[in-house]
Write a protein of this length. Sequence first.
Length: 272
Amino acid sequence: MLVDAVMTDHPAWMPAAEGFLRVVRQGDVVWLLTCRRNPSGYATDAQPLTGSGERPVLEVVDPSALAGPDELVLPLREAGRVGRWRNPDLWDALATSIVRQVIRAGQARKLYRLFSQTHGQLVHTEHGPLWLFPTAETVLELPEAEFARLGMAFKRRPLQAAAAAYLEHGDKLARLDPLLLRDEVQTVPRIGPWTAGATVADLTNDYALYPFADLAVRTWARRLAPERAWPDSEPEFAAVWRELAGVQLSSWTLLTLAWGVRHANTAGAAAF
């Protein structure tokens, strides 16, 4: 499918000369996701590398129907249609949100990739090696010293608590309604509303469930409309954002984050 932009917020996306690459686990199948840049936009594809099964879901959000103040919606409309792959792996979505807790996106990306390359599954592709995040079993077995060595000491307890919960209840959690899942994962020690919301949004692409008053959304909203008097506090920003977006809350939030990822320009070049 051809889109104008692809949302590459997940740290598993690797930059390439012609776009971006990522491997994902869906059940027993490992998929290679590719986004190739061309003059008309990005051509997206999913190819199974092991086994066969249901394809990961790419959803496309079209900003042409966005309603709201011009200073906010016009830049999003100009950016065009954004494609985002749902994360088909509950464990990876939960672990990724834990890695992203508190720290900035760039640091989370480095930690996620280092942890994956050290203890995750190596996947050989025609474009070179890629890695999956370590399994829940692996995370549970790692000693405290190894987390410290990799700069992940402050992530050890939440990751291991989540790994234990996933191994015990993962099948049940995967079948829950998104709203119930968001509540249920918060029963895991050290998993709060931000982590739960980010996890469910990654799995479903419903960004009305994302913590839409977080620093990332506030930062890019201010960049989109710097002349607007945005509230400083999260609760006040959340109320304003919800009122502005209305029934388009998911689209507003996803498109704003995608616009931010695109403009952050944090990814380096690599060979495709």
